[in-house]
Design a protein around this ligand. Structure first.
Ligand SMILES: C[S@@+](CC[C@H](N)C(=O)[O-])C[C@H]1O[C@@H](n2cnc3c(N)ncnc32)[C@H](O)[C@@H]1O
Length: 256
């Protein structure tokens, strides 16, 4: 399931804002080694380069198409191919930062525990996850997937994202941590109408559903029904725009 960096970046400002907010909250003084895990097209890596100028920073991603875009857009930064599940930094990093990536991976107790265990003494794991699985948009996608003629093919798509509540991450990290901070921010993105909400999700969370639907009439029918649900659930404002509410969960864990 390939990414399309250009489509993903249509909403670059909105998608990067949580990375900016997370980086701004970090009280780290002069971290030496930083990893941007799931760096995508390099937008979050650029935020870290600005926030922690002078540190040794590497953006890591599993997708070559994202890395290509990252290297083209930010030739001054370093990017490497790697998998979050088997990350093995040469030296323990002072910061592992991950904006909107780890929801694509399962088994978060083991994953978060492993990443936290890689940190240097006093190091920080800083993660942002979309916390929107109960949003009208995701509920519509899930309901459509379960109800349509395509339902028998939708198992993997329905399981593609993993995001737990804040309590889960507290329990996973607090026993080994010097401190854990958690918060939820709901962004209200002002988008140019219903089609923009569709395009937003088509370049991220809808990808596993599209992969299962293929290119034929099922996909056409699914997309048409999803757009109708978006029109129903996200009323137009007086200027024709929509407010797209997008809650995000932030997790910051400090190593002793
Ligand atoms: C939604 S993008 C986030 C990009 C960027 N960090 C941002 O702030 O917009 C998610 C990224 O996670 C990457 N990703 C997914 N699974 C991964 C894994 N196992 N290891 C590393 N990166 C992964 C994808 O390739 C994709 O580039």
């Amino acid at each position: 399931m390939r990414w399309e960096p250009q489509r993903y970046l249509r909403f670059e400002r909105e998608r990067t804002q949580p990375a900016r907010d997370l980086a701004a909250r970090l009280a780290l003084t002069s971290p030496r080694t930083l990893i941007d895990l799931g760096c995508g097209p390099g937008n979050s890596t650029a935020v870290l380069a600005e926030r922690f100028a002078g540190a040794e920073l590497v953006g890591v991603d599993v997708a070559q198409e994202m890395l290509q875009r990252a290297r083209a857009a930010h030739p001054e930064l370093r990017f490497e191919q790697g998998d979050a599940r088997s990350l093995e930094p040469k030296a323990p990093p002072d910061l592992i930062f991950s904006n909107a990536c780890l929801q694509w991976l399962p088994d978060h107790a083991a994953l978060f525990g492993r990443l936290f265990g890689l940190l240097s003494p006093g190091g920080v794991l800083a993660v942002q996850l979309p916390f929107h699985l109960q949003s009208p948009l995701h509920r519509a996608m899930d309901a459509l997937a379960r109800e349509g003629p395509w339902a028998p093919r939708m198992g993997a798509a329905l399981e593609a994202l993993t995001v737990h509540g804040p309590e889960f991450y507290y329990e996973a990290l607090a026993p080994a941590a010097a401190g854990v901070e958690l918060w939820v921010t709901s962004y209200l993105h002002v988008l140019e109408g219903h089609r923009a909400i569709f395009d937003w999700i088509a370049s991220s969370g809808l990808r596993p559903f599209h992969a299962a639907l293929g290119q034929g009439s099922d996909r056409h029918d699914f997309d048409r029904a999803l757009l109708a649900a978006i029109e129903r659930d996200y009323p137009l404002r007086s200027d024709g725009r929509v407010l797209f509410a997008f809650p995000r969960l932030f997790i910051v864990a400090h190593a002793p």
